[in-house]
Ligand binder design. Structure first.
Ligand code: PEP
Length: 251
C-alpha cells in the first residue's frame, strides 16, 4: 500500500518569523495525522531553522532545489550534501519554475536526481506539460520524455526513494486545476511507464503527487483518484489551516 505524501512548496515566500509561525501553527493541526507523509519546503535561508522547529513532530523538511555537483566553484549554489547535513529529508527537483524560468533541462535534472540519491536525499521529481502542449495533444509525449530523461540510469533500488509530482504547468499558481479525470489519466500513464521500465511491484510502490492549484476544496476529489497519492502544494501551503486540511484530505 502506498502512503500518501503531501508536501508544501513555499517558493520564495515568508520571512524567518513567518516561516517559524507557519510551522508552529501547522504542528498541532497535523499532530494526530498518521499514515500520511508530510513535508514543508521553505526557502534555503530558513531551512535549518524550520528543521529545528519541526523536530519531534510529524513534519519533515525539503529544499526546493540543489546543484548536481558535490562541491566546488559554483558560486551561489547549494549542494545536496549541505541540505542533508542540516537535516533535510527531501528535495524538489525539476519544478516547472526551474524548467521554464531558469531553463533547467531534463539532463541537468537527471544529474541532480543522481546526486540527491547519492547523499541520501529523497527527490520529488516534477513533470508536467505547458498549456500549448496539452492543446496540441502532446501531454503524453512531453511527460513521458521528461520522466525517461530525468530518470535515466536510475536503478530500482533508487527509484523507490523517488516521488514523482505531476504538475501541469497551466495549473500552477493559476487557480486552474486539472479535473480529477485529467490528472488521473496522466498519473496512470506515469504508473504504466514505471511498470514497463521497472516492474509492476515497483510501479505500485511509487507515490505520484498531483500539483497545480490544490486547495482544501478540491484536494479530496483529486486524491480519491486511484493513481493520485498525494499533493505538491504551492499557494495553499502558506496558510497552516489550508495545508492541514489538504493533509487531512489525503488520509
Ligand atoms: C507548485 O508550486 O508546485 C504548485 C503546485 O503551486 P500552486 O499550488 O500554487 O499551484
Amino acid at each position: 500500500m502506498r502512503i500518501p505524501f503531501v508536501a508544501g512548496n513555499w517558493k520564495m515566500n515568508t520571512s524567518r518569523a513567518e516561516a517559524e509561525q507557519l510551522v508552529k501553527a501547522l504542528i498541532p493541526l497535523v499532530a494526530g495525522v498518521r499514515d500520511v507523509h508530510i513535508a514543508v519546503c521553505p526557502p534555503f535561508p530558513y531551512l535549518s531553522h524550520v528543521v529545528e522547529t519541526v523536530r519531534g513532530s510529524v513534519i519533515k523538511v525539503g529544499a526546493q532545489n540543489m546543484h548536481f555537483e558535490k562541491k566546488g566553484a559554483f558560486t551561489g549554489e547549494v549542494s545536496g550534501e549541505m541540505l542533508k547535513d542540516i537535516g533535510c529529508m527531501y528535495v524538489i527537483l525539476g519544478h516547472s519554475e526551474r524548467r521554464h524560468i531558469f531553463g533547467e533541462k531534463d539532463t541537468t535534472i537527471n544529474k541532480k536526481v543522481h546526486q540527491a540519491l547519492e547523499v541520501g536525499l529523497k527527490p520529488i521529481l516534477c513533470v508536467g506539460e505547458l498549456l500549448e502542449e496539452r492543446e496540441a495533444g502532446k501531454t503524453e509525449e512531453v511527460v513521458e520524455n521528461q520522466i525517461r530523461e530525468s530518470l535515466a540510469n536510475i536503478s530500482p533500488d533508487q527509484m523507490v526513494q523517488i516521488t514523482i509530482a505531476y504538475e501541469p504547468v497551466w495549473a500552477i499558481g493559476t487557480g486552474k486545476t486539472a479535473t480529477p479525470e485529467q490528472a488521473q489519466e496522466v498519473h496512470r500513464l506515469i504508473r504504466d511507464w514505471l511498470q514497463v521500465h521497472y516492474d509492476d511491484g515497483l510501479a505500485q510502490q511509487i507515490c505520484i503527487q498531483y500539483g497545480g492549484s490544490v486547495k482544501p476544496e478540491n484536494a479530496k476529489t483529486l486524491m480519491d483518484q486511484p493513481d493520485i497519492d498525494g499533493a505538491l502544494v504551492g499557494g495553499a501551503s502558506l496558510k497552516a489551516d489550508s495545508f492541514a486540511s489538504i493533509v487531512k484530505a489525503a488520509i
